[in-house]
Design a protein around this ligand. Structure first.
Ligand code: 8YV
Length: 327
């Protein structure tokens, strides 16, 4: 029989997935789950036939330039692929796969949770109770914003944007969206969604803005200082996509100056660093990149990784190939 491919996994994965990987392939796991240093990552790409990285591994052209001749597949554990230099991978004949679809609903749940938490000041309230500073109910205390009847503008109407829209409609929000291209008419009708070709014009009219697009060269700082200034001072913004899509410094300045009412953030420009100025602001809800963090979701992601590797090892095209030209 053929020699099993050497699969190097950079982080600790669910036990059931690690067991299957060990059964199927010659697998090297990372038992202590510490992110690899860049030197260790280079060692991994030198030795592996298949690399299984996560969002915490920067697989840039420098790392890929040191890849060994055996490396033929990068089966990423996650959907976003902005940590991988896709052009260089393609040039070197390395196939890249991801895990799309299985974390859509969980991420949409977390986005809606951030909308609610931010609009209704749940972070502030929780901190007050925990600090033993709650002195009793008052008619005018902790007043947030009602969702019913407000407008939500979704930046990026892919799978997660659409799943968010379905949830938001249940809360009585009117759905607006900006996307590179208009989504299918059936979906627009189902969601009663209004398409804005101009992001600028949409931003000026929204009460809630949610970022749900990938981070690519075209979306880096898409929500720039200029664009954030177009938003209403009463509006809130949430981001469960990638920190780089928002100019974080500009966002902090706007929040500090009360030119925006609040922000719910799951992702940051320089993870795991969080801009210390954000910590000083009451009207922001801050989460540690946990949008897709469900037990079920992690297993589903692992199963996608397994299928992608197995299909590739059997000599076929894996289902979740990411093409450099997609972005
Ligand atoms: C994961 C994510 O945290 O899939 C993504 O794009 O951001 C999250 O689901 C991460 O990717 C795991 O590698």
């Amino acid at each position: 029989s053929k020699k099993k491919p050497l699969v190097i996994v950079t982080r600790k994965l669910p036990d059931a997935i690690e067991t299957r990987l060990m059964e199927l392939f010659d697998t090297r796991l990372n038992a202590d789950d510490k992110p690899l240093t860049s030197a260790q990552l280079v060692e991994a790409v030198k030795a592996a036939d298949v690399l299984v990285p996560t969002v915490t591994d920067r697989i840039d052209s420098r790392v890929l330039s040191q890849a060994g001749p055996r490396l033929k597949l990068i089966a990423s554990f996650g959907t976003g692929v902005d940590h991988i230099d896709l052009d260089t991978a393609r040039q070197r004949g390395i196939t890249v796969t991801n895990t799309p679809g299985v974390l859509t609903e969980d991420t949409a749940d977390m986005t809606m949770a951030l909308v609610l938490a931010t609009a209704r000041r749940m972070g502030e309230g929780e901190r007050m109770v925990r600090a033993n500073q709650w002195t009793g109910w008052s008619p005018t205390a902790m007043l947030g914003a009602r969702l019913l009847g407000k407008r939500m503008g979704i930046v990026g109407m892919g799978r997660i944007g659409q799943a968010l829209a379905r949830r938001a409609r249940g809360f009585g929000l009117a759905i607006h969206y900006h996307n590179r291209k208009r989504v299918h008419g059936d979906i627009e009708r189902e969601l009663e969604a209004t398409y804005w070709e101009s992001l600028d014009q949409m931003l000026a009219r929204m009460d809630i803005v949610s970022v749900n697009c990938p981070h690519t060269p075209a979306t880096f700082h898409l929500l720039s200082a200029r664009r954030l200034k177009l938003m209403k001072a009463t509006a809130i913004i949430v981001n469960t996509a990638r920190g780089e899509v928002i100019d974080e410094n500009a966002l902090v300045r706007m929040l500090k100056a009360d030119e925006l009412a609040g922000a719910g953030l799951d992702v940051y420009e320089h993870e795991p660093q969080v801009n210390p100025k954000l910590l000083e602001l009451d009207r922001v809800v801050l989460l540690p990149h946990m949008g897709s963090a469900t037990l079920e979701g992690r297993i589903d992601m692992g199963e996608k990784v397994l299928i992608n590797i197995k299909t590739f090892a059997d000599g076929h095209k894996p289902p979740d190939r990411v093409l450099a030209t997609m972005f």
